[in-house]
Design a protein around this ligand. Sequence first.
Ligand code: SF4
Length: 359
Amino acid sequence: MDIIEYIDLRDHTMEELKGLMAAMGERPYRASQVYAWLYSRDISTIDEMSDLKLEFREGLKALYSLTEPVIGKKLSSIDGTIKFETILSDGSSIESVLIPEGERLTLCLSTQTGCPLGCAFCRTGDAGAGRNLSLSELAGQMIAARRLAAESGDTVTNVVLMGMGEPLLNYDNLKRFLDILTDQKGFSIPPRRVTVSTAGLPAEIERLGIETKVNLAVSLNATTEEVRSRIMPINKKYSLKELLTVLRSYPSSKSRFITIEYVLIRELNDSLEDARRLGRLLRNIRCKINLIPLNPGASDGLLPPTEAQVAAFKDILYKSGYVAVTRLSKGADILAACGQLATEVKPVPLDRDIEERVI
Ligand code: SF4
């Protein structure tokens, strides 16, 4: 017996939907109608696309599916942060986090089911390589988050791509997702409220700068090649020097700037000499600096810095003219803070293309 594999309608951008409509002999405006149902409105089945004629809906159902995000475990922190698991159709799972902060509700999304980059301070890296998420799996997290937020009368205002995985290793799906995320007729999150965080892939950083208007965050975490290579193996392939060169030419504007993420680890990268060197390295890069004291749960016997050391480090950056903020990660009690996302479900094996590119 033949098994028919249906393609998820949410695996398509507006342009791609126009192609599908043409192939079905439908007029181009049908693509806009379907697109609005898929991303801007909240439906679970093709049957709910109530302004489409029955015959057209039946035609869509014969060719395409609409996969519902399946929520697994959900944990709430005492600080209001919610971590939720989404079970994917191949049995693997990912985690996403909703972080309330004043008027904002920020969704932290995953882009891979694990991470091949293996940063020493990150539990996701511990869990293994995983695979890239599809467009519908990226969109599914947004839809699930929107529903969770609506339960308490909230809406998602900001999105950060800082969850499981390295977003720029999944560039093509990321770019297609960002187009829908920031489109007023899609998920309608303004680009200035979207941040993509990377461990530092120079070519893709350049593409992101040119092809999108979203903000960039770079996980820097060291001021020498030696220390960075020790805690972030990706540095052996793309050096700190190469990374800083690409950041110097990253397009910036009043509403678009780079955030430098710096996880402070006791007696490894938190010395006052590191702070001074960081100030020198970042010269001519329009950025703000987030200092993140290492969270509990890190591997490799790494320890959080003392409060006094964090204050002294920050003071040196401040005196060098930088905006430096100490970011106390939210949701640490439910392992939802920076570097703590890792599902217990074993990720499926590494994609070939990732393996070839990283190792
Ligand atoms: S910090 Fe980011 S890039 Fe590094 S292992 Fe964790 S998820 Fe991957």
